[in-house]
Design a protein around this ligand. Structure first.
Ligand SMILES: [Zn+2]
Length: 351
């Protein structure tokens, strides 16, 4: 889900916790964990053949998401695997069309339980809050899966989303902007390639210089001009939508809570079946109605409460809390019928 979405949902969740609970939460680590699956930029040390040691888990610049749009991408990037590859279930999506919905759900549930245990027992300094021995980083990773499961870009839920799609002008860079970028690029080629700039590396440095006010940390990974151009457009797309969406999103924050029945998931999306823009559009919070938004917040609050409760006891000797979590997730967040569990996760037709 789009990052300002995660931020808003977690802020709304925190506001519903008690002050005592809020006081022991390391919000910085919680948010790093929450954003990490979208922008994984961890550093690893390889100690020996089978021993990989993680030295940090930091998030990349948002601009790194652009790498997902690179057709020549090195598929081993963690950020790529996280979205389209083997780690797609960290976003409640299917890693491969060969997975059934049951396979995806099993991977998700196992991962949720693992993150819950890590939140209780990992004492790595990068993850653990000094105020209380809870690793809020891992809780953030867990809540990311929960939140993404409510995004119509990630799962299909029955009786779900409002179909409002914002006017094209909101997600398309203006003609003026496109023209400006194109002019700069054409001009650059004319005056510099084969002239002062000899290599594509020099060209990207030059281009970075031109855009440095807009793009702070863009690393060019392609030698195709088209791609640099598209990256720039995507960047502007992000900038424009972030700003414009804030006001739209505000309208859909729930005002009154009603009683409700959870909405079943009927299938998990497989990213490669989706057009990029389709995914992006569906990923915004305006696609989520009030009731669904409330379900999502309730799930987050439930997990917070359970974690606080479990942190007071020894969970490994008492599996009660893990069972409670598993039951909650299968009955609520990831509730599915037997028939839907057996369906393949791809290809799914998109409109
Ligand atoms: Zn995600």
């Amino acid at each position: 889900m789009y990052i300002p979405g995660h931020e808003m949902i977690i802020n709304d969740t925190l506001a519903k916790l008690s002050k005592n609970q809020r006081d022991i939460i390391d919000i910085g680590k919680l948010k790093t964990g929450l954003f990490y699956p979208d922008l994984p930029c961890g550093k690893y040390n390889i100690i020996s053949k089978n021993n990989v040691f993680m030295t940090s888990k930091t998030t990349c610049s948002f601009i790194n998401l652009l790498k997902l749009y690179d057709p020549n991408n090195n598929e081993f990037y963690e950020i790529f695997q996280s979205h389209k590859g083997i780690l797609a279930y960290l976003h409640s999506m299917s890693p491969s069309p060969s997975y059934t919905a049951r396979d995806v759900r099993t991977a998700i549930l196992n991962q949720c339980l693992t993150f819950f245990l890590l939140a209780l027992y990992d004492d790595n300094l990068f993850m653990t809050s000094p105020k209380k021995k809870i690793s809020f980083f891992w809780l953030g990773m867990l809540l990311h899966i929960i939140m993404d499961s409510y995004s119509p870009a990630h799962t299909i839920r029955k009786v779900t989303y409002r179909i409002d799609i914002p006017p094209r002008s909101i997600y398309t860079p203006s003609r003026l902007m496109r023209k400006r970028v194109r002019d700069i690029i054409l001009d650059t080629i004319k005056t510099d390639i084969g002239n002062t700039v000899k290599t594509i590396e020099e060209f990207t440095v030059y281009l970075r210089d031109i855009f440095k006010d807009d793009i702070k940390s863009l690393e060019y990974i392609s030698n195709h001009l088209d791609q640099i151009y598209n990256s720039y457009l995507m960047f502007m797309f992000d900038m424009q939508t972030t700003t414009k969406m804030q006001s739209i999103i505000g309208k859909y924050k729930p005002k009154e809570y009603q009683t409700y029945k959870p909405k079943n998931i009927t299938n998990f999306m497989y990213y490669n079946n989706q057009f990029n823009f389709y995914h992006q559009k569906k990923d915004f919070l305006y696609n989520i109605d009030d009731l669904t938004y409330k379900m999502m917040i309730d799930d987050c609050i439930f997990i917070f409460n359970l974690l606080f409760e479990a942190s007071k006891s020894n969970v490994t000797s008492d599996p009660k809390y893990l069972k409670t979590l598993l039951t909650y997730l299968t009955d609520n967040t990831f509730r599915m019928t037997k028939k839907d569990l057996d369906s393949q996760t791809g290809p799914i037709d998109v409109d």
